[in-house]
Design a protein around this ligand. Sequence first.
Ligand SMILES: [Mg+2]
Length: 332
Amino acid sequence: MSRSLSAAIAHHRLAQPFAIARGTREAIDLVRVTIAHEGREGSGEGAPNARYGESAPDVLQQIMAMAPSIAQGIGREELLAMMPAGATRNAIDCALWDLEAKLSGVPVATEMPAALVTAVTVGIASPRDMAERARMLVARHGADGPPPLLKIKLDGHHVEDRIAAIRAAAPGAVLIADANESWDMALLRRVLPALAAARVQLLEQPLPAGRDDALEGFRSPVPLSADESAHVAADVAQLRRRYAYVTVKLDKSGGLTGALALAQAARDAGMGVMTGCMLCSSLSVAAAWPLAAQSRFVDLDGPLWLESDVPGGCQVEQGMLRAPDALGWGRP
Ligand SMILES: [Mg+2]
């Protein structure tokens, strides 16, 4: 019997608005894929991102167009050759990983950590409101275990004030920041001393992708990570001259297969790895877990923003993100 593919759009409202430099979201559309074979089912999810020209209806259509190839039994390596990186390939690749585990009886990964420290996001707001959210997140994290990891979203306004207010509100937290392409080189040079003084440990994507060549030869006092500039392993040859880290996300790399290859290429180039995610359900986080397990920073708080998650979704206990068992992903 041949493999059958089905897919659908899942609409999720956010528990509260999510504000970054590109705008504010109150709901998201995800696309879920199921590939069935011999009575077993593999699941995958893609989070279409308008930044990369993706929409849920387009992704759904592109996934369904792959049904004949899936029915013929193509594997992940063939998929990699047939489709560009992005949310569409991610959903199919993850469903194939899950199906492989269920058919073979061998889990996607063994010896996975039961829990990881994930960054939790402080969205863009006034310096006072961002400090208040940071204070709340630190209190929710609790005093036991590793310190909280806060990811501060920034645009081009009030950068020094926002960072100083958050550092004052969360003196013991590890801080990382993300400008989502909203700065230029002059602003970056101006605010870096304030970020360094506040002990910010990582700054994601200050300059727009495609216009980050000015970073070549620039020595930043805060390590820089390529997010919007980093998609697939072949990008590393250029990124290594501009960034110290790569932010790896399954939706950008077009699946766990491509994401693991990007992370390996980054490490081979002496770069650090952060595992991130889009706004997504815990199905995406379960698929990213093998990558997160080998990353310096983990930023997988996407599902925590949803009003309702898939069954077996992420739980946070004592500041640690428990490995989700979303739909039993990756397990036989
Ligand atoms: Mg980012």
